[in-house]
Design a protein around this ligand. Sequence first.
Ligand code: GAR
Length: 213
Amino acid sequence: MKKVVILISGRGSNMQAILDARLPLTVAAVISNDSSAAGLEFARASGVATRVVDHRAYAERAAFDAALAAEIDEFKPELVVLAGFMRILTDGFVRRYAGRLINIHPSLLPVFPGLHTHRRALEAGVRVHGCTVHFVTPTLDHGPIIVQAAVPVAHDDTEDTLAQRVLAEEHRIYAQAVRWFCEDRLEIRDDGTVRLARAQDAVGALCSPACEA
Ligand code: GAR
């Protein structure tokens, strides 16, 4: 079974969804840059090793990333999962884990990279919002897209109601993407797109590629 390390900064609900999905993989550790991250408690209660690498202890971003990489590498993971990990990573860190570092972002990338995605979606008046799981490249919230789920925007949505519906989709597609990776079904092609082996027909689905039940 493949080993996975999950990085979190706060609540950790995406991490929780991956643990709850009981995927055929081993979550070797959950690492946070913040000792007060609520998700650490859930990880511990689930019997998963936890570590904290506090970014405030490092003057330079590169030094923090090196310390973080040292912790990650102790667990020899095949996959590193960013689950609400709110630190900008250096190019060196991203290159070290090229092809085995994935992120979830609460928008239909490439629109709305960065913060406050739900507020920006409402301000822009988009009718469809959503979330994206992608391989990480040095550019923030950018990189080969693995799966996206679309969420219709209701006329009376607030930032909170929209965030809640998007989050429910995040939980679904992140577990699915991690499963695909662990089943060796994802291939990053030369043109920067991702090919999913044995993909189902996604026509008409609000989740593409269509997620399996
Ligand atoms: C999630 O909505 C995730 O998509 C977002 O932070 C939240 C973390 O929630 N990540 C980003 O914005 C990364 N650019 P969680 O801690 O409950 O998983």
